[in-house]
Design a protein around this ligand. Structure first.
Ligand code: EPZ
Length: 419
């Protein structure tokens, strides 16, 4: 299995271009299935999750090819409504293809995505929303079988929780439904806005994306488009945390600073200086950071759950004690066990993590258990005494493009090995 070796103690200086957002391009790739058309997706990150999504598109009849950082998807000949169990297993978030396949084919069959490293990942809100649109859904023996009764019909849907994936599935399925769909208590993440912008650029009629109420008026067809994926705000958070931990001076180019409105103040409160202009974020960190009072993860625009692990790595070496409350996922502290193996002092009580900052971390062998937790171990390795070996880095490669190269270019002593 591939792993990363990192030797701690090197400052990070220089500048990097931020990658496109994984959690934006995946639903957009699903959206390419709705209606015939060719989509040119600019700034599409090279990630294993994107490769998995491409396999799914190809298995459904699309033609896909890369042109530099652009991914071209020709969805004119979609001829299949089923995602194989193997492909579903490759990427849990394949569920986001459900609404798109139904909108295109009128039927769909997927295996239930099951749980993942973050705990059970129910899809009841996805099913609830699609049923409201007129989809007959049977869940039997681990498979989800869907069939549209007559036509997808617009309706009012109130989500009990602003689920990102459910909002995306409902939005995608409703763009070609008959009439108006209103999603109340919709997710408001920037990735939802990006998906709506992509669909509208193909001729959809979506208003209110980014607010808690989204109105979609069904259209007859969608056309071709070119769309640029927004920058990845969680990867930006990860890199800013790395500089805050190692001290240094780094400029992030091709960023959307406004998408980090709930994160930048936290990193500043911990002691780093951050300068923002247009699509750039510069961080200057000279001293050991201070602890942060309490971080509660919330749906956007609150503090994002995906930023919890990188900020916890930062807090693990801060002066003082920080408290985290993970309100979104029930099992998102596995990285704490690994950080403690490196000498961190983190106590977990249910949703709460108490992080007592330590003066030093020590290099050892640790395991990635999930995407953001794995990245937090790389951050810890950047400051630990000695060399840290991070195993199972396939989790990290789902969402971070060339993380070892990025840090190496900034001055880290880091390498990856595929043995
Ligand atoms: C998306 O997952 C992201 N993934 C996650 O990023 C992110 O952590 C999450 O949104 C929250 O922001 C992608 O976009 C591919 P949810 P998603 O539906 O859509 C519960 C990363 O690290 N829920 O908002 O699955 C669910 O169990 C990944 O990049 C239901 O109960 O998130 C969870 O507790 C990790 N029923 C909470 O809602 C449902 O039908 C949030 O889930 C759906 C969700």
């Amino acid at each position: 299995m591939s792993c990363i070796y990192v030797e701690g103690g090197h400052k990070l200086n220089g500048e990097i271009d931020l990658q496109g957002a994984k959690n934006s391009c995946l639903p957009i790739l699903a959206g390419t299935l709705v209606g015939k058309g060719i989509s040119v997706i600019h700034n599409c990150p090279r990630l294993t999750d994107v490769e998995a999504a491409i396999k799914i598109l190809n298995s459904l009849g699309c033609k896909t090819y890369w042109k530099g950082r652009d991914l071209i998807v020709d969805a004119n000949d979609v001829n299949c409504d089923t995602i194989s169990e193997t492909l579903m297993r490759e990427m849990r978030s394949s569920i986001v293809f459900l609404g798109a396949i139904i909108a295109r084919m009128g039927t769909a069959e997927l295996s239930s995505p099951g749980g993942c490293e973050l705990g059970p990942r129910p899809i009841d809100l996805h099913i609830y929303g699609l049923k409201k649109l007129g989809v007959d859904i049977k869940e039997e023996r681990g498979f989800i079988k869907c069939k549209v009764n007559n036509k997808l019909r617009g309706t009012k849907i109130v989500l009990p929780f602003p689920s990102v994936g459910a909002t995306e599935n409902i939005m995608i399925a409703s763009v070609v439904a008959q009439g108006e769909t209103i999603i109340h208590n919709a997710a408001q993440e920037p990735e939802i806005v990006d998906l709506a912008n992509y669909l509208n650029s193909r001729g959809a009629n979506i208003k209110g994306a980014g607010d808690s109420c989204i109105v979609i008026n069904g259209v007859k067809k969608l056309g071709n488009t070119e769309h640029t994926v927004i920058p990845d705000r969680i990867v930006a958070t990860t890199y800013l945390s790395a500089v805050a931990m190692t001290t240094g001076d780094v400029l992030l180019n091709k960023a959307n600073p406004q998408d980090l409105d709930s994160i930048i103040p936290v990193i500043e409160e911990m002691g780093s200086r951050i300068f923002v202009e247009k699509d750039k974020i510069r961080i200057v960190s000279k001293d050991r950071v201070k602890a942060i009072k309490t971080i509660r993860t919330m749906p956007y625009p609150g503090f994002p759950t995906d930023a919890q692990a990188p900020i916890m790595a930062l807090a693990s070496i801060a002066k003082g004690t920080s408290v985290f409350v993970e309100n979104i996922f029930e099992n998102r502290y596995k990285h704490a066990i690994e950080l403690n193996r490196m000498g961190a002092d983190i106590k977990i009580e249910g949703k709460v993590a108490v992080v007592k900052g330590v003066d030093k971390l020590f290099g050892t062998t640790v395991k990635s258990h999930d995407l953001r937790g794995g990245a937090s171990l790389v951050l810890a390795g950047l400051v630990a005494d000695g060399v840290t070996k991070i195993e199972d880095i396939h989790h990290i490669e789902r969402g971070y493009q060339d993380i070892d190269k990025v840090f190496k270019d900034l001055g880290a002593k880091i390498s990856r090995s595929d043995v």
